[in-house]
Design a protein around this ligand. Structure first.
Ligand code: ATP
Ligand code: MG
Length: 450
């Protein structure tokens, strides 16, 4: 715990503040893992934190006074300081009815979810406060509830999902009693708001080992609460292009995909339509014709229900829509350009398409070396073509709409869009035609003026 501005804050608040780093920041510091924010706790009440910080010339924002939280700006970074608190009774399985400020550090730590999240490091020196064996569990790579997991999961139904999330983020096991309590508390988890679920699910997916987290969801039954459509992926056998069933393949792809939200969510959902489109041919051959469209529908249903952002939904949809495309030897340059245009129309960059396709190929587990070599070859070729910045949209035509109207001697109308599309087809076929003269010639022909 070496961030100098924290020492200045301690100076400002005085030694009786008992200022300590708590929660995730302690865990991550001990793991040597980067963390985005410092969570701080203090014995002082919020008003005293504000008064003393302001007196010392610090900028203060009263962000969550009812929960005891004040935000202080240290070197342009917001840092949250929360008064030691205990939670009142949980009646609805989501939030405490009240919080009580002015308790001691030990009580504050005991309301926290897992032992590895229930440690404190005094700012400015002093021994680690670790009442529940968090350090031992960190070393053993174990997620263990603080206290009785049945009680703790009964208070707040989000905690079971957080257990799976931390397992995925850190690559840890969930301790046996903690794990066993999850299926027995599904009725409480069911009540959690979708916003909180989305946040945790997103962190799980972006974690070090998303497959571990997803497997836990499936084994504990949490999957059926929030992603019921995915249950049928388990045991959905595939064909000779795949080593695994659809579920295991999904887990594999999630692990191989770069840890960005859209890529990981797309990995989770890209084959979700396979069970519904699975058919067996006369020779026992298995096909999933049109599964991309079916997967899109499932993805939309799930992401809509979880209130994911519009941007994420669009990015995931674009990745799913194009994930099954694999260039073949029959593709000439024009076919490659048509493909680049389809990606561009969907706002998907070639690099992202390539990254996702790579993960998908790795997850098939069959002929991987050969597939990756082929993929590398195709990416090189497509990238080289893209680098020549061929015209891929109507906007890139050497004659704009106004020029075409003059040429046709007509005002705008549906004919114009039709003409532009046909000119674009010609230009994608042969980019050399994208000059004003040749386009004018082509346009006259199309208009029957030649
Ligand atoms: P992250 O790196 O994702 O921020 P984190 O451990 O800091 O991980 P937060 O959600 O930011 O997680 O929560 C901060 C701390 O608050 C946790 O470390 C934990 O001590 C406590 N906490 C958060 N949510 C809960 C909860 N639902 N029940 C009990 N304690 C919780
Ligand atoms: Mg945090």
């Amino acid at each position: 715990m070496t961030w100098a501005p924290l020492l200045r804050l301690r100076e400002a608040l005085g030694p009786d503040a008992e200022l300590a780093v708590v929660g995730g920041a302690v865990r991550d510091e001990l793991l040597g893992r980067p963390h985005a924010d410092w969570d701080l706790a203090t014995r002082l009440l919020p008003q005293a934190v504000m008064d003393r910080a302001r007196t010392a010339g610090l900028k203060v924002i009263p962000t969550g006074l009812q929960h005891g939280t004040v935000t202080v700006i240290l070197e342009d970074r917001p840092v949250e300081i929360t008064t030691f608190r205990s939670d009142g009774d949980y009646l609805d399985g989501r939030r405490p009815e009240s919080v009580r400020l002015g308790v001691d550090l030990l009580e504050d730590l005991s309301r926290r979810d897992f032992t590895i999240n229930a440690m404190a490091l005094p700012v400015g020196g002093g021994a680690l406060v670790d009442p529940f064996g968090g350090q031992v569990d960190l070393a053993a790579k174990v997620i263990r509830a603080v206290g009785d997991p049945m009680l703790r999961f009964g208070e707040d139904g989000l905690r079971p999902l957080r257990a799976c999330r931390f397992a995925a983020q850190l690559g840890f096991e969930v301790e046996a009693a903690t794990l066993a309590a999850i299926p027995r508390r599904l009725d409480v988890s069911r009540k959690v708001s979708v916003e909180r679920v989305f946040t945790e699910m997103d962190k799980l997916l972006r974690g070090l080992e998303p497959a571990r987290g997803l497997d836990l969801l499936a084994r504990t039954g949490l999957l059926d609460l929030w992603l019921p459509e995915l249950r049928s992926l388990i045991g959905c056998e595939q064909n000779r292009y795949h080593r695994h069933d659809v579920w295991i393949h999904t887990l594999e792809v999630a692990g191989f995909a770069p840890p960005e939200p859209a890529l990981r969510w797309a990995a989770l959902l890209h084959d979700a339509g396979k069970p519904a489109t699975r058919i067996t041919g006369p020779e026992g051959d298995v096909h999933f014709y049109g599964h991309e469209e079916a997967s899109l529908e499932v993805a939309e249903a799930i992401l809509g229900r979880l209130k994911a952002s519009h941007a994420l939904r669009q990015d995931v949809a674009a990745l799913i829509r194009h994930h099954g495309i694999h260039p073949t030897k029959a593709w000439g340059d024009a076919a490659c350009r048509r493909f680049l245009r389809r990606l561009a129309d969907d706002g998907l960059s070639l690099a992202r398409w390539g990254a996702f396709r790579l993960a998908d190929l790795q997850g098939k587990g069959v002929d991987v070396d050969q597939n990756l070599a082929e993929h590398g070859g195709w990416m090189a070729r497509l990238q080289a073509l893209a680098a020549t910045t061929p015209p891929l949209s109507v906007r890139a035509l050497a004659l704009d709409g106004a020029a075409l109207m003059v040429l046709a001697g007509r005002g705008g109308g549906p004919w114009l869009g039709d003409l532009q599309r046909r000119l674009l087809e010609a230009v994608i076929e042969d980019p050399g035609t994208n000059t004003p003269e040749r386009l004018a010639e082509l346009a006259r022909k199309e208009l029957g003026q030649a």
